[in-house]
Design a protein around this ligand. Structure first.
Ligand code: TXA
Ligand code: MG
Length: 319
């Protein structure tokens, strides 16, 4: 065990200073966040950012999210507006990413933003990662710590499964509390949700006191993460099924479905938070079982359910 996972480190004083040293030298580390684990590097260093793209095998047209401790250093990099401040006050630190206008004077690596004039900005709510962010004088470029198009990791060992020894430090922060990626909200023009998450459209509308758009269906794709076959376990997946044969895995929700060896319940209590937390863990577990197909029961398409259905549709190649 120790050999396979010797790059997974407990969070203590010694490993904190090791991590800081690593990041300051433009190296890449795996870090926990409340949504999913991330692959973190200095956002001001194009050397770090290149390493991230290479490790993930990510197309360079797909920008990275830049993570900050709080507003203090954000002013150097993006134009801040009232709408953002309202949402920041209410939701941050938390599972939401804002797309904002980049300042000309910003030091963020151009590659991190895929040469766009905007930046995806997030303030993760995880004690460990916040301690790290507080102690460095640069923000962290941090995509989910998986190979391009694969399932996002929710534990340190998921990250080790993705990258093996290619990354030297993965900090163990236990299982991610939320389990799916942050809501991506474009604030560059009219507020517009590019990727749904546990901070739902309804919650954002309540704070802004106005209707906002959900642009997933928009043909004019702004967020390359919205491409087909993202978040995919790479097994054919069929949605909205009521029952399943013995040879396929069946992902269910609620008490309605018969229990058997091939059923995997996202939440027996029909709790959508719990379902989100279990989703990627189940994808990984089922993948290891060598099923040929995954059937999925209907999941309510309200609130967080919108984000779960979004990930399911992408995994099924239907979006
Ligand atoms: O919860 C999360 O957001 C996690 C944790 C680690 O913070 N990160 C994450 O990063 O999911 P990533 O790279 O896997 O997904 C970022 C998404 C992509 O779909 C990307 O295209 C989009 O955000 N994005 C980033 N910057 C953007 C920008 N300037 N304009 C439009 N979309 C952007
Ligand atoms: Mg990702």
């Amino acid at each position: 065990m120790k050999n396979i996972y010797s790059n997974i480190l407990k969070f203590n004083k010694k490993n904190l200073s090791k991590t800081l040293k690593y990041l300051r030298r433009s190296n890449i580390v795996g870090l926990p966040t409340e949504t999913v684990y991330g692959l973190a590097g200095n956002a001001y260093s194009s050397k770090s950012v290149k390493k991230i793209y290479n490790l993930k095998k990510r197309p360079r047209i797909n920008p990275l999210i830049i993570h900050y401790y709080d507003l203090t250093k954000l002013y150097n990099d993006v134009e801040i507006n009232e709408t953002f401040l309202k949402l920041y006050k209410y939701f941050c630190p938390g599972p939401i990413t804002f797309i904002m206008k980049k300042k000309k004077s910003s030091k963020i690596s151009k590659l991190a933003c895929a040469n766009l004039k905007t930046v995806g900005v997030r303030f993760p709510n995880n004690k460990i990662t916040r301690k790290i962010l507080k102690r460095i004088d640069f923000p962290l470029a941090m995509p989910s710590a998986n190979k391009a198009n694969a399932v996002s990791p929710v534990t340190a060992s998921d990250v080790a499964d993705e990258f093996g020894k290619d990354i030297k430090i993965i900090i163990d922060g236990r299982k991610s509390k939320i389990g799916i990626e942050s809501t991506v909200l474009d604030l560059n023009k009219k507020p517009n949700i590019l990727r749904p998450g546990v901070i739902s459209r309804e919650k954002i509308e309540k704070i802004l006191k106005k209707r906002i758009m959900n642009s997933n269906i928009n043909k004019n794709i702004k967020s390359p993460g919205m491409f087909k076959k993202h978040y995919s376990p790479n097994i054919p997946m069929i949605l909205n099924k009521k029952k399943v044969s013995k040879n396929h895995a069946f992902i269910t929700f609620g008490k309605r479905y018969k229990k058997s060896i091939n059923t995997y319940n996202l939440s027996e209590n029909s709790n959508l938070y719990e379902a989100a937390r279990n989703l990627y863990k189940l994808f990984r577990k089922i993948k290891k079982m060598n099923y040929k197909k995954i059937y999925v029961a209907k999941i309510p398409n309200k609130g967080i359910g919108v984000a779960i259905n979004d990930r399911l549709k992408r995994a099924a190649g239907k979006k």
